[in-house]
Write a protein that binds this ligand. Structure first.
Ligand SMILES: NC(=O)c1ccc[n+]([C@@H]2O[C@H](COP(=O)([O-])OP(=O)(O)OC[C@H]3O[C@@H](n4cnc5c(N)ncnc54)[C@H](O)[C@@H]3O)[C@@H](O)[C@H]2O)c1
Length: 258
């Protein structure tokens, strides 16, 4: 039987791309998201390509313990296992520290960090039973380097690295490996595009100059593409990566080198 990949935050944009990409690679895929309609649309796209029995759409609020437990139980009941869990859910709200709202800070910690903890804890119980698994968090270069006007996001993503390393230690004896993927800016994504007005203000430039300024920071001279992330994800999800765990893997075109 083919492996089962659960993508939390898989309804749209990067998460949808990864869901479709893993399905094309032979995984049975669970698309789980707060946005049930989006999850169903992505699942329908996958079903068209590989068949209805290969995919499941679920609603989950990754920040809610009960909702996460229901998700894992539903995946276990439907497919009987979880080989790979990708934690892709994330939010970013930008503001300078003196005007950073407490509720935006708390929401960032909840979605970017607590949700990762809840989903990893929940699927780890199934993976321990299997004595096999891969947990992969979608992180950001802001999880290794501070990010101006992004304190809530950066703090939560830094926390994700500590969680990844600790999970890797807890789960190594169960043949479960854990990684964070540290992405560069996905310039064409709605998340990045939504932040352009704030970035223009902080850099003191016009909004139409922002993308080029971010490209100029990258040694390989382009933004990160969804395909770059899928390429690396497929390797760390595979058996070939079995001797790697606890890593924070840069996918930044050379912008971050440690
Ligand atoms: N866009 C970028 O430039 C960029 C750069 C580096 C890292 N990342 C990271 O990549 C990941 C995906 O980014 P994106 O731009 O595709 O984001 P996005 O906002 O387009 O998608 C995130 C998905 O997570 C879901 N989600 C949000 N809260 C949730 C919750 N509580 N429970 C379940 N699902 C929830 C959303 O519904 C959405 O489908 C995020 O973790 C983000 O931090 C993005």
């Amino acid at each position: 039987m083919s492996k089962v990949a659960l993508i939390v935050g898989g309804a749209k944009n990067l998460g949808a791309f990864l869901s479709v990409g893993l399905a094309s690679d032979g995984y049975r895929v669970v698309v789980a998201d707060l946005d049930l309609e989006g999850a169903r649309q992505t699942a329908a796209e996958i079903a068209e390509q590989v068949g209805h029995d290969q995919v499941l759409a679920l609603q989950v609020d990754a920040t809610n313990e009960q909702s996460v437990e229901q998700m894992s139980t539903a995946v276990d009941a439907h497919f009987g296992r979880i080989d790979v869990m990708v934690y892709n859910a994330g939010i970013a709200q930008a503001a300078k520290i003196d005007a950073f709202p407490l509720d935006a800070w708390q929401r960032s910690i909840e979605v970017n960090l607590t949700g990762y903890f809840l989903c990893a804890r929940s699927v780890s119980r199934i993976m321990i039973r299997q004595n096999q698994g891969r947990i992969i968090q979608i992180n950001s270069k802001s999880g290794k380097v501070g990010s101006k006007h992004n304190s809530g996001y950066s703090a939560a993503k830094f926390g994700g690295v500590g969680l990844t390393q600790s999970l890797a230690l807890d789960l190594a004896e169960h043949n479960i490996t854990v990684h964070s993927l540290m992405l560069g800016n996905l310039l064409k994504s709605p998340m990045f595009q939504s932040l352009i007005p704030q970035y223009a203000a902080k850099l003191g430039v016009n909004e139409d100059e922002v993308e080029q300024l971010y490209i100029d920071k990258v040694p390989l001279k382009r933004g990160c593409d969804y395909q770059d992330v899928l390429n690396v994800l497929k390797f760390y999800a595979s058996d070939e990566a079995g001797y790697c765990t606890g890593q924070s893997i840069n996918i930044t075109g050379g912008q971050v080198m440690f």
